[in-house]
Design a protein around this ligand. Sequence first.
Ligand SMILES: [Fe+2]
Ligand SMILES: [Fe+2]
Length: 313
Amino acid sequence: MPMKRNFARDLKKGDTVDDAFFIAERYYGKKNVEYLIFNLQDKTGVIRGKIFDNIDKYIGIKEHSFVWVKGTVEEYQGRPEIRISEITEVEPKAVKREDFVLTSKRNLDQMVKEVLGYCAQVENPFLAQLLNSFFSDPEFLAQFRECPAAKRAHQAYLGGLLEHTVYLGRLVQAAKEIYPEEFDFSLLMTGALLHDIGKIKEYEYDVDINLSTQGKLIGHICLGYAMVREKIREIKDFPADLADKTLHLILASHGELEQGSPVLPKIPEAFFLYHIDNLDAKLAMVRELKEKPKKNNFWSEYHKLLETDIYFG
Ligand SMILES: [Fe+2]
Ligand SMILES: [Fe+2]
């Protein structure tokens, strides 16, 4: 199989496409006649492809398979899409998986470095040891590095959790200057770095992201709670009160019972963590809307979780 050259993010009107993609979604459209729509994914993004002729011939091509696509790029409602002339399935073994998995645009190694820098800022020896028990474990770090932040909602790509954690680390650092007296910064930083680690067990991803059975049955808050509790138990003389506060930060991170937190934030650090977690997730949603096609020029599509559309005029 030749090396991939046509990447979704770079395609523009007039380009010729002759390359492999992963079918993220496949459905029918209708405008006078029925046609087939394929949402074609690679590591850089998703581009829509349409096929109008002889669609019976292509009905057997399934979602979540790899395909070879020939066609030309046209523009529809201000957004590039591929008018497909030919689409054929290719063997999963024949492609390089990394070319097709949606991945953060940011450099993963650099973000890992930044997170390790935040770990090093934690002064409390017990919390430093706790962080070390996770982040100096190469197996954990490899999983943490790649984990998505969600299946769909925000940062649903490899490196998404890492990106989210980096932003929270930065916000905690900023808080040190803005509210120097308000928080125990060792505790707050530890909470920011560990609050979502349950996600490494919540998601399964090969090319697309899915919830694991454990993720569906237990969820990342409880999974993360259990992971942290286990490590705390291994640390000699870890103060009981500090253990409870650390675990509370994870449990209260969604801030509301309806959002999956079994307790509401009850210490200052938990209150702050809940708000920055929510802030970063919402900003990521807005950022992702900005990249999507707009209605009436400047307005995004309605976003279910944000409960509004966003103006980018
Ligand atoms: Fe979470
Ligand atoms: Fe989070």
